[in-house]
Design a protein around this ligand. Structure first.
Ligand code: SF4
Length: 327
């Protein structure tokens, strides 16, 4: 982090604001999302870079967009499924499924990889940015996850059910949506939601990781909260959420209770309150870097998009061998 950034105050007053100007608005730009909560839980400094400094500094915004291999793999799967769902109304024959997966791997992934190697402003892998060696085995694993995930998607009962009820019963496909919890604007991106034949709202979250994410439970609860707030159903027990672990594959579908919705609402309010308490001026959504300490966990820093800012001379490797990463 350069000295001139230390101690600066960042004013984020909404998405349309000109860079560097401090113009407060009634909507001060503060919002809540599960990924924002997750980011703050990992490292307060990373949170500051991601949600405040990146709005002001194009280089920090570029670092924020870096995609590490597992994240990229997940994006490829999500975007491929979204493209399929938006253009198809029936499960295609096996050879068409295989051709689809083949084009995802040999066109989309190869194109992304080349763009990253060329330092494209559109797409850059974390590994290329930080010269982290990518072994042949790493690539093989990434391709394997994409292929297995798409195969599981095509074979899933979830896809069959979604197609059988028809597009008119779909509630959302990868739309970025927002709603209010108390006075907080909450953003969500739902992978797929539809009304099943028995009238329930089924909310599906595609996963390409093998393990439970730290905040999966709150994420699906927030989806259910959105469904209830938008009036998709008349009561919580008419909502079902499904975590679809495509790479395994395993599909975990469960009901939602009104107490779970209450818990989700309370969680969001408390998390947002904590975020605002870190701001030098919560009303104007003003943040100062010195109020967001660096985490003292070198393993976290090693995989962080912003590590160049915290360790400009590459000291993260020293930290990994025992030196503190804290200020
Ligand atoms: S490099 Fe470490 S301390 Fe710096 S933002 Fe990332 S996780 Fe936080």
């Amino acid at each position: 982090m350069s000295k001139d950034r230390e101690g600066s105050t960042i004013d984020v007053a909404g998405k349309g604001e000109s860079r560097g100007r401090a113009t407060p608005r009634v909507d001060n730009g503060f919002s809540w999302s599960v990924s924002r909560h997750d980011c703050l839980a990992a490292c307060a400094r990373r949170y500051y870079f991601s949600y405040y400094a990146s709005r002001q500094d194009p280089e920090i915004a570029r670092l924020k967009r870096l995609s590490a291999l597992p994240l990229w793999t997940g994006s490829v799967v999500h975007e491929s499924i979204e493209a399929f769902l938006k253009e198809n109304d029936r499960v295609p024959p096996l050879e068409v499924q295989e051709a689809f997966a083949h084009s995802v791997v040999h066109e989309r992934m190869v194109s992304d990889w080349r763009a990253s190697e060329a330092n494209s402003p559109q797409f850059r892998l974390f590994e290329h940015e930080y010269d982290v060696p990518v072994e042949v085995e790493d690539k093989r694993i990434a391709v394997g996850i994409v292929k297995r995930s798409l195969k599981a998607f095509f074979e899933s009962d979830t896809l069959r059910e979604a197609l059988s009820v028809g597009r008119q019963a779909w509630l959302t496909v990868e739309d970025l949506v927002s709603f209010e919890v108390a006075d907080v604007k909450v953003f969500l991106r739902m992978d797929l939601a539809y009304r099943s034949a028995n009238g329930k709202a089924v909310i599906v979250d595609w996963k390409t990781g093998r393990s439970e994410g730290r905040f999966n439970a709150i994420q699906v609860a927030a989806y259910a909260l959105f469904a209830a707030e938008k009036g998709w159903v008349s009561s919580a027990d008419l909502i079902e959420t499904e975590l679809a672990y495509l790479a395994i594959p395993r599909f975990t579908r469960g009901p939602v209770s009104s107490s779970r919705l209450d818990d989700a609402r309370a969680f969001i309010v408390e998390s947002a309150r904590n975020m605002r308490s870190l701001l030098v001026d919560p009303d104007r959504n003003l943040a100062r870097i010195e109020d967001f300490p660096r985490v003292d966990r070198p393993q976290v820093c090693r995989r962080c998009n912003f590590r160049r800012l915290c360790f400009p001379k590459g000291e993260v490797s020293d930290a990994l061998s025992g030196r503190s990463a804290s200020d």
